[in-house]
Design a protein around this ligand. Structure first.
Ligand code: AMP
Length: 282
């Protein structure tokens, strides 16, 4: 397994591989790897000759300095989890200055308002940061396929839109959400939860499943109220938002229309840790 810390040497290496018609898969991550990330890596390794995994905690996508500071980092453990993929894998761990040579700023993007819904409303500048870093990484790696988790469904839709707007050739592959045994969506931020908080956090997925079961029999207003009620008994959990939204536009829905696909989205604070999850309602 090769590791690169500088984009220039990675680009030289990939150029050689591409001259030999090697297909390149790409899995961008912020590290603190878990089985959710590894499911993306497995899929890419199965689909491509070589997979590049980037590990880079991208400062420009954090609106909260304390969240950035406390974001879990364990490069040694990450490398050991990737080791078994061996010669099929390249790991890219750039420094901030190598990625942001002209200063730590994001470009401004417009994605037909996808960027202004949910996470965009609650984390100002988040998707400008995400699009900036993913654009940079796509430029460096120029992959045939790139793998994104449905855990960050809004991010996935935004990356699809970005690729379409730029006429980029990379195909975006979506991967299902990997969960803990109790249903909690795997996330690097789960490391910051106590054992009790991890157990209690199971209510997030339980509630999403209840919404899915009742989606056809109940109206959206009733479901919104139901979700608020489910979190009331938990003093240390705050529901930041719950929305049922059109999967294409990500616009919040107040009523159901035939021929549209809906998805429920949720963000919850447990202690100081912010968790997101979603579920398809079809
Ligand atoms: P992150 O390191 O959190 O930026 O995530 C890197 C990639 O892994 C993103 O495409 C995420 O959507 C994906 N991912 C994170 N957690 C999960 C999960 N539990 N299941 C599937 N994909 C995930």
């Amino acid at each position: 397994m090769l590791t690169f810390t500088e984009k220039e040497s990675l680009m030289r290496h990939l150029k050689n591989l591409k001259n030999q018609q090697v297909s390149i898969g790409f899995v961008p991550t912020m590290g603190a790897l878990h089985n959710g990330h590894l499911s993306l890596v497995q899929k890419s390794v199965a689909d491509n000759d070589i997979t590049v995994v980037s590990i880079f905690v991208n400062p420009t996508q954090f609106d909260n300095p304390s969240d950035l500071e406390k974001y879990p980092r364990d490069l040694e453990k990450d490398i050991s989890l990737l080791e078994p993929f061996n010669s099929k894998l390249i790991v890219f761990t750039p420094s901030i200055s190598n990625m942001y040579e002209n200063g730590l700023t994001s470009d401004t993007y417009f994605f037909d308002n996808l960027e202004n819904e949910m996470e965009g409303k609650h984390r100002k500048g988040h998707f400008d940061g995400v699009a900036t870093v993913v654009s940079k990484l796509f430029e460096i790696i120029n992959p045939n396929k790139a793998y994104f988790g449905e855990k960050d469904f809004q991010q996935l839709q935004i990356i699809r839109k970005m690729v379409a707007q730029n006429g980029q050739k990379v195909s975006i592959v979506n991967c299902p959400i990997v969960r803990e045994d109790n249903g909690l969506a795997m996330s690097s931020r789960n490391e910051r939860l106590s054992t009790k908080e991890r157990e209690e956090a199971a209510i997030i997925y339980q509630t999403l499943k209840e919404v899915k079961e009742k989606f056809h029999s109940e109206n959206i207003e009733t479901l919104n109220k139901l979700v608020t009620e489910r979190f009331l008994p938990y003093a240390n959990m705050q529901l930041e938002y719950f929305e049922i939204a059109d999967e294409e536009t990500l616009k919040s829905a107040n009523s159901k229309e035939a021929n549209k696909k809906y998805r429920a989205f949720i963000a919850v604070f447990i202690g100081g840790v912010r968790l997101i999850d979603n579920i398809a309602l079809y």
